[in-house]
Design a protein around this ligand. Structure first.
Ligand SMILES: [Zn+2]
Length: 376
């Protein structure tokens, strides 16, 4: 009598264990099972996508029949139409320099135009991120939105300056950052992000210490980038040591102001450099301080940047789009904003999940296999 029962219990246990083991091995929640071949990867993720869709369908069924709401767990993931997503689409990196009440040259944006730029980006579903997020492929952007990166060169006073108001260290009126802050106050679903390429000699006006200015900038959500200590003309560099001093010196300076702060991108002063000392720009060590610029942003290359998952992306040549001042220039911000209105299929459109990249099947050979790709 006892033997068959024991046998039955053992069998049931063994079956349960193997079922648990199978589910543990296959993580259905995000589909990132370890895979070796690219083909296999795509296959699994395609089926995971169907899995997701299946859960949406299940949810609809539950809602329709209204008979199981008490007993069956309803998937609370909001329904997303993944067909609109394109995470191999292009991303604009915008480039600003000076700001003033009135623009008198191509490098100066008026404050009122900057306010309009933010409004345009907001209304057209763009969503600012920092350069380091782009470099790391960490695109944490809501569903349906297109990431955009605002960059600011030279640390000009019009970008950011401070004043003491009732002994409080405050951002001055009529600066780009103040305009941005006011805009975010009115539009809390628009984040305050952007990368400021500074020199250590002077930046952000005259009030406050360098440390106070940088700490404020970072506390707002912005990011610091490297533009050498002295806006050094790299194309004229005479030695590797000088390049290391200028590039590493700025990185070390920022680390001294904000201990542990890691700069990850570099803007070429004046826009030109020779390849001779490129390696010293990319990474090195200055007075015992190690620096690395994973991303290099260009001055003269007015086109959108490729998606971080695109195989053709060269992080050492990230193109930027100029936001021109009073003179109209070719392929500027206005041109590209209109271009993407006419060609929305070329925009990066987020699936709202930082851990997955939804792409068109036609793009499956154009993206790197990072284990996070979902083909729609
Ligand atoms: Zn510059």
């Amino acid at each position: 009598m006892k033997k068959p029962i024991t046998l039955a219990i053992v069998t049931v246990c063994l079956i349960s264990l193997s079922v648990i083991f199978y589910y543990k091995k296959t993580d259905f929640s995000n589909g990132n099972t370890e895979v070796i071949s690219r083909e296999k990867n795509i296959e699994i993720e395609e089926s995971t996508e169907k899995n997701n869709w299946f859960s949406f369908l299940k949810k609809d069924k539950n809602e329709e029949s209204k008979e199981t709401s008490d007993t069956i767990e309803v998937d609370v993931t909001p329904q997303k139409d993944l067909s609109v997503c394109n995470e191999n689409g292009n991303i604009m990196v915008l480039m600003y320099h000076k700001f003033a009440e009135k623009s008198t040259d191509a490098w100066t944006r008026s404050f009122s135009d900057f306010k309009k730029d933010l409004k345009t980006l907001y209304e057209k579903n763009y969503y600012p991120i920092n350069m380091n997020d782009y470099i790391e492929g960490n695109i944490d952007v809501p569903y349906g939105k297109t990431p955009v990166i605002l960059t600011f060169d030279d640390g000009t006073a019009g970008q950011l300056s401070f004043e003491w108001v009732d002994e409080k260290f405050s951002v001055k009126e009529n600066t780009a950052v103040k305009i941005y802050q006011d805009f975010v106050d009115e539009h809390p679903d628009f984040p305050m992000k952007g990368t400021f390429y500074i020199m250590s000699t002077n930046f952000f006006g005259a009030k406050g210490t360098f440390r106070q200015r940088l700490e404020k900038l970072v506390s707002f959500g912005f990011e610091i980038g490297n533009q050498t200590q002295n806006h050094y003309p790299l194309q004229k560099a005479g030695s590797a040591e000088k390049v290391i001093e200028e590039v590493g010196g700025l990185a070390k300076f920022v680390d001294e102001q904000i201990p542990g702060y890691k700069i990850s991108s570099f803007s070429i002063p004046g826009g030109t450099m020779t390849q001779k000392y490129a390696n010293q720009v990319y990474a090195g060590e200055y007075k015992g301080f190690k620096y690395e610029n994973k991303g290099i942003v260009l001055l003269y290359s007015s086109k959108p940047a490729l998606s971080p998952i695109n195989k053709d992306l060269d992080l050492k040549k990230i193109p930027r789009i100029r936001v021109a001042g009073n003179e109209k220039i070719n392929n500027d911000f206005e041109y590209w904003i209109n271009y993407f209105d006419e060609h929305p299929e070329e925009r990066y459109i987020s699936d709202g999940d930082v851990n997955t990249f939804v792409i068109n099947s036609a793009d499956k050979d154009k993206v790197i296999d990072n284990g996070k790709i979902i083909i729609k």
